[in-house]
Design a protein around this ligand. Structure first.
Ligand code: ZN
Ligand code: MN
Length: 500
């Protein structure tokens, strides 16, 4: 059992430094160095060729689109773009790497020295400096069979799928992030979130973390306050959700602090993050760069993007997320606080998509930030992972707008969709959730309520309009909530005025 120091005690004694390495899988049609397709989900080993299998005599060719994506990412991150750079071989033996080296970039990355400003809760902006963004290729995928855990330990054999081998990756590496103090985990999460938005806005990847299209390695080390040098770092690998990035950083701060205060030493190693309890566990002892025996790739020509091309790409960058957010906040008329909640909920895109499906901004925001945010909290899953689409939310909003549903019924329809009962219209049908708009039926319900509550009706007649609430309540009860409360109120007042 690993001992942890409480987070507050850890921060009181130590200053954290983080380095974040994010791998992004590009959405090019073909692989980084060959013409194999990159489509996900094909039969194992059907998307391979001599080049991505590393067969002798095969020669790689650089994917121009991948270089373009890399440059655009670099520009969006305020980086310089190399006028000339090369690929390098990163040598290591692992079964999922058919060539026994990864074609990557080492001391000559395509993009370098940038920054990304991230907004923290409360509005403060924290600048994360970018060391480099470089191009490389993904590995294949191993599946360990026969064990209980899916890990190699206890497995009887392993299967290898090289469809993913050679898919273009961009690795984005920050400079050491210092000065965030207690907010370091929050900065880590905000940075990865902002980077993900940026990547999606550029259209170079869907950046879906749960599908491994974007994964983050969290390097962390501590120094006692007042000391200049940071301690040994640990590297938590392949963290694949925003929440996990934050938790991993937090856990490592507490773990390092416990080891250091008890007089122990931190080992430089990779660690695995455990989703279930937010802990990390030791992996392998980390190699140093020299262990990889990097050397320039002799089979590829250098990449030398012309300045004209780079400027053309710069001019073609889309509106970046931070700019877009400011515009949206103004368009929707939201306070800073309201905007922050929308952002925290990860709802911007969902709301935009719902508006694109025909809903107005106010109701799109209302449903995503209300009922759906509540459900996502309750179920502990991200808003976007809820089993409801923006089109379905827009349909619910439309049914409310046309008066077929009131808010209460709309919430039940949403619940039905989330429960897997089908589209909003199907749920309405199945569960009989329609506003009672039959004026006759509504009228008799109103008459009944008035007859049964004569004393209250008298008060309303006498001018006490607030008392009408009890009558509305009675009607809603007999119609099982399926009446339009506004219409019921109108009917009650009409009738009582007529009788008065
Ligand atoms: Zn290939
Ligand atoms: Mn890498």
């Amino acid at each position: 059992m690993t001992t942890l120091l409480s987070y507050d005690d850890a921060i009181a004694a130590f200053d954290p430094a983080m380095g974040l390495e994010v791998h992004v899988e590009l959405n090019t049609a073909t692989k980084m160095f060959c013409g194999c397709p990159t489509e996900f989900g094909a039969e194992p080993n059907t998307q391979t060729c001599p080049t991505c299998l590393g067969l002798p005599g095969s020669l790689p060719v650089v994917n121009r689109k991948a270089v373009e994506s890399a440059i655009r990412i670099g520009l969006a991150l305020n980086c310089g773009v190399a006028a000339w750079c090369r690929f390098a071989r990163k040598n290591y033996f692992y079964p999922d790497m058919p060539k026994n080296f990864q074609t990557s970039q080492y001391d000559e990355p395509i993009a370098f020295n940038g920054y990304l400003d991230v907004q923290l809760e409360g509005g403060e902006v924290f600048r994360v400096e970018i060391e480099r963004a470089h191009m490389e290729e993904d590995t294949g995928k191993s599946t360990h069979v026969g064990g209980a855990t899916g890990r190699i330990h206890g497995a009887s054999h392993s299967l290898l799928d090289y469809n993913r081998a050679g898919i273009p990756l961009i690795e984005i590496v920050t400079k050491p992030i210092v000065g965030a103090g207690a907010r370091a985990p929050e900065v880590a999460k905000a940075y990865v979130a902002e980077l993900r938005e940026l990547i999606k806005a550029l259209g170079v990847s869907e950046a879906r973390m749960e599908m491994g299209q974007m994964r983050c390695d969290v390097n962390l080390s501590l120094r006692p306050h007042g000391r200049e040098k940071f301690g040994t770092r640990s590297e938590t690998k392949n963290v694949n959700s925003l929440r996990s990035v934050e938790r991993a950083a937090r856990y490592e701060i507490q773990r390092h602090a416990a080891v250091l205060t008890s007089g122990g030493t931190i080992v430089q190693e990779t660690r695995h993050f455990h989703e279930e309890d937010g802990s990390t566990a030791a992996g392998r002892i980390k190699e140093e760069a020299e262990d990889y025996r990097y050397f320039p790739e002799p089979d590829l020509v250098p990449v030398a993007p012309s300045r004209e091309w780079v400027e053309e790409l710069r001019a073609g960058l889309p509106e970046l997320p931070s700019v877009q957010r400011k515009r949206i906040q103004a368009d929707w008329g939201l306070s800073d606080h309201e905007m922050q909640s929308v952002l925290n909920a990860g709802a911007i895109e969902l709301i935009l998509a719902t508006i694109a499906e025909g809903a107005d901004a106010a109701s799109a925001r209302k449903w995503w930030m209300g009922e759906l945010a509540r459900r996502s909290n309750e179920d502990g899953i991200e808003l976007a992972a809820l089993p409801i689409t923006p089109a379905q939310v827009a349909r619910v909003a439309a049914l409310v707008a046309e008066g077929s549903l009131n808010d209460k019924l709309a919430r039940q329809v949403i619940e039905g969709v989330l429960d897997g009962d089908g589209d909003p219209d199907t749920v309405v049908e199945k569960r009989g959730l329609k506003v009672v708009s039959d004026e006759g039926a509504l009228g008799s319900a109103v008459d009944e309520a008035i007859a049964a509550n004569a004393a209250i009706a008298d008060k309303v007649r006498g001018g006490n309009l607030a008392a009408a609430g009890a009558l509305i309540g009675a009607v809603m009860k007999t119609t099982r909530g399926q009446a339009d409360a506004k219409r019921v109120r109108e009917l009650i007042l009409e009738r009582l005025a007529a009788q008065g």
